[in-house]
Design a protein around this ligand. Structure first.
Ligand code: ADP
Ligand code: GLC
Length: 492
């Protein structure tokens, strides 16, 4: 393979500029890692009005930048910022991105023109490469929002001097969000009606962005080996299993990495005290401060279970809701919960501190600082996900010596090792059944371990903190996927 690859990433989210979930963490860290390994990477994303241009040093790059959508020319502008040596280009469009939310308004109603918005972003990303004279070896796209780049490359740009050699990699961060829309937007996207067929974009009369991306991409991956297997089955394939299976070994699972510059208790600048595996005294301070901040009984000997999550059904928090009151009533344990999303879950969890004073703390909203406090100050961290493509918080938790309690699905299964009561081996507590009872008994198992086998707790914490999910390892696997994509493209 060439020593130095030109890689263009097109994405709807990227840390630190705009984030709703783990996708942003991934795209905020992988390009920097690839750059440090000697590759040439650029990122293209929307200029949402929520991005504070001054804070991140955005500057105007081009005042006018035309993008053809079907037979309509859309006029945009382009800004640029530096993100640790990686140039990030922002597509500015009053029509599409001058709004507060990324995908929906404040009441969680999806913007009706999302297919046009992200269609434009995708075409703009490719057009930008041409106008910059940046000839990518790899165009790396993420989720349904930018999946169509793989198709545009093959349908429109196969003979282009700049884009003609580019191979595509599509990363699926969540197979349940496929971008399924009425075919009304199809002309605007300019994909050619001859391609509106069941083996490409058409999906029971609708248009499916992710499916089109899967079919056209030279290589597809998702974010853990277990989720790659799960999405090949009808249950988690959500209609796409046949297309993923058709990719054969051109569909793989690559675990996300962790940005340890942000998520490591020895260097974390957001938490009350730093600590390491060799000296955990700072963790006790973090626990005390967490109890104080959330009005919990200040007791170093009661275990705290933390939650940081989008409040959506994927995360299994409706199941936790059925178990949590029994847990805090019958066991010596406290909970601290941070999340936002589903309004009824927000109302339920938001109401718990008043009903269980001193036992349950909760903040409804989004706060990176509190997320760090919970990782550092808790003893356990629970993720009862129904499915979880990778999950980042359980990996953060390991580094903070906060033992994960997880349902063994997707990346949770791949990153947490089951505690062995005979030897003390493992890094956390896993259960399989998606039920309130399984949550209840597994939390009970963790709490009993805390009180009855403190020597095992210490061993688990040490093993957990020694786990290494650094981006360098994952980036090597991405480079192998790029290589495979290039070989596939060369064979065409
Ligand atoms: P997903 O992308 O499905 O939400 P991940 O575990 O991959 O799940 O990533 C979630 C990311 O979002 C983590 O970095 C987590 O800390 C963060 N996060 C989620 N909800 C909140 C919140 N309410 N406040 C702060 N950070 C949050
Ligand atoms: C998605 C998944 C999550 C994954 C993240 C980053 O949001 O839900 O499991 O960690 O993408 O890949």
């Amino acid at each position: 393979m060439k020593e130095k690859l030109n890689i263009a990433m097109i994405t709807a989210e990227c840390v630190p500029f705009a984030k709703t979930g783990g996708l942003a963490d991934v795209v905020g860290a992988l390009p920097q890692t690839l750059r440090r390994m000697g590759h040439n990477v650029m990122v293209v994303m929307p200029r949402y009005s929520s991005i504070d241009g001054r804070r991140y040093g955005l500057r105007r790059y081009w005042d006018s930048f035309g993008v053809w959508m079907g037979n309509l020319l859309e006029w945009c502008a382009v800004d640029v910022a530096d993100s640790d040596g990686v140039p990030v280009y922002f597509i500015e469009s009053n029509k599409f991105f001058e709004r507060p939310g990324l995908y929906h308004d404040a009441d969680f109603n999806d913007y009706q023109d999302n297919p046009a918005r992200f269609g434009l972003l995708t075409r703009a990303g490719l057009q930008l490469c041409r106008d910059l004279g940046f000839a990518p070896d790899i165009v790396h796209v993420h989720d349904w929002q930018t999946a169509l780049a793989a198709a545009y490359l093959k349908i429109w740009h196969w003979n282009d001097p700049i884009l003609g050699r580019a191979a595509s990699l599509l990363t699926i961060h969540n197979n349940a969000y496929q971008g399924k829309y009425g075919a009304g937007v199809y002309d605007y996207l300019g994909l050619g009606w001859n391609n509106f067929t069941p083996d490409k974009f058409e999906d029971f009369g609708a248009l499916n962005f992710l499916k089109g991306g899967i079919v056209y991409a030279d290589m597809v991956n998702t974010v853990s080996p277990t989720y790659a297997d799960e999405t090949r089955t009808p249950e988690l394939g959500y209609g796409l299993a046949p297309y993923l299976n058709d990719k054969g070994d051109n569909y793989v699972g690559i675990l996300n990495g962790v940005d340890y510059a942000q998520w490591d208790p020895t260097v974390d600048t957001l938490i009350p005290a730093n600590y390491s595996a060799a000296d955990l005294s700072g963790k006790a301070i973090c626990k005390r401060e967490l109890q104080r901040r959330f009005g919990l009984e200040e007791n170093p000997n009661i275990p705290i279970v933390g939650v940081v999550s989008r409040l959506v059904s994927q995360k299994g928090l409706d199941l936790l809701a059925q178990a949590i009151e029994g847990i805090v009533t019958n066991m010596a344990v406290q909970f601290v919960i941070l999340g936002s999303g589903d309004k009824s879950l927000e109302a339920y969890y938001g109401g718990l501190p008043a009903r269980y004073p001193g036992l349950i703390g909760c903040y409804i909203g989004y706060s990176n600082e509190i997320a760090h406090w919970i990782e550092a100050g808790s003893d356990f961290f629970i993720m009862p996900s129904i499915y979880e493509p990778c999950g980042l918080n359980q990996m953060y938790s390991l580094k903070y010596g906060t033992l994960p309690i997880v349902r063994a699905t997707g990346g949770l299964n791949d990153t947490v090792e089951q505690y062995d009561e005979a030897t003390g081996a493992g890094t956390g507590f896993k259960f399989w059944e998606p039920s309130a009872a399984a949550i209840y008994y597994t939390v009970g198992w963790a709490v009993a371990t805390y009180f009855d086998r403190p020597h095992h707790m210490q061993q688990l914490i040490q093993t957990a903190m020694a786990q290494d999910f650094s981006w360098e390892k994952s980036a090597e696997l991405y480079l192998a996927a790029y290589e495979q994509a290039l070989a596939n493209k060369a064979r065409l």
